[in-house]
Write a protein that binds this ligand. Structure first.
Ligand code: ADP
Length: 231
């Protein structure tokens, strides 16, 4: 009898989560990454890490981030593509926050094509704008690993402390004031066009993002599983 190991059984997959700020995308991506055994690559986390490490890229990006604007492609695209080229991503990757524009989607396609890969599935978490605003005001993330909490829907066990690594929880400077509105505007005016981009390639699945965290995780895993089975 041939013994099939877990890694042989799992098909490689490059996945993309699309969702507005506050859609629960980061929380779901973190859980999916664990369930599927592929790295969670979040462009915003890469920028925040670069800033914490005081790199030139991080310092340049921070000014755009604080205003709620997109960081220019000449900084964003090479940063994400080089992360995808790291060895832990060879069996697939779960992208979160990148691409956000059609030009980024095209650059991603080119970058993946060069190594014989492509986005297999893009999943859109659809949440109404009014709900997004109330969720963002309660969002806290941890200092060390960017684990995401919501003081109403997903509080930490001990207030102000991350359940996973014990680090301090803080509210992002761009989760308040005008920056929030600007980020939502960019999403609904610009990023939303990715739905047509991936839809026309028959790679898009849309799910109702107004579910609780565990329900949504089950729905996402089912969609991904169904897609794998159909390949
Ligand atoms: P959110 O999706 O809640 O805005 P992220 O952590 O994904 O949060 O991103 C934070 C900020 O990082 C964005 O507002 C933007 O300034 C920058 N950023 C992240 N991803 C991209 C991207 N793909 N293109 C340009 N800027 C980006």
């Amino acid at each position: 009898m041939r013994i099939v190991t877990q890694s042989q059984r799992r098909k490689d997959m490059d996945l993309l989560l699309i969702g507005a700020q506050g859609s629960g995308k980061g929380t779901q991506a973190e859980k999916l990454s664990q369930a599927l055994g592929i790295p969670h690559v979040a462009s915003g986390d890469l920028f925040r890490k670069a800033f914490d490490e005081k790199t030139e890229l991080g310092i340049k990006a921070k000014a755009y981030m604080d205003r709620g604007e997109l960081v220019p492609d000449n900084l964003t695209v090479p940063m994400v593509l080089s992360r995808i080229e790291e060895s832990d991503c060879v069996r697939g990757v779960l992208l979160d926050g990148f691409p956000r524009t059609i030009s980024q989607a095209q650059a991603l396609d080119k970058g993946l094509q060069r190594v014989g890969r492509q986005i297999d599935l893009a999943i859109y978490l659809n949440v109404p704008r009014a709900e997004l605003l109330s969720r963002l005001s309660g969002r806290y993330i941890c200092r060390v690993n960017q684990h995401v909490y919501n003081i109403h829907a997903n509080p930490p066990k001990v207030p102000g402390v991350c359940d996973f690594d014990g680090s301090e929880l803080y509210q992002r400077s761009d989760d308040t004031g005008e920056a929030v509105q600007k980020r939502l505007d960019i999403f609904f005016n610009e990023t939303i066009h990715l739905l047509d981009y991936y839809g026309s390639q028959q790679k898009l699945v849309e799910v109702n993002g107004n579910l609780d965290i565990d329900q949504m995780q089950r729905v996402l895993l089912k969609e991904i599983h169904d897609h794998q089975e159909s390949r």
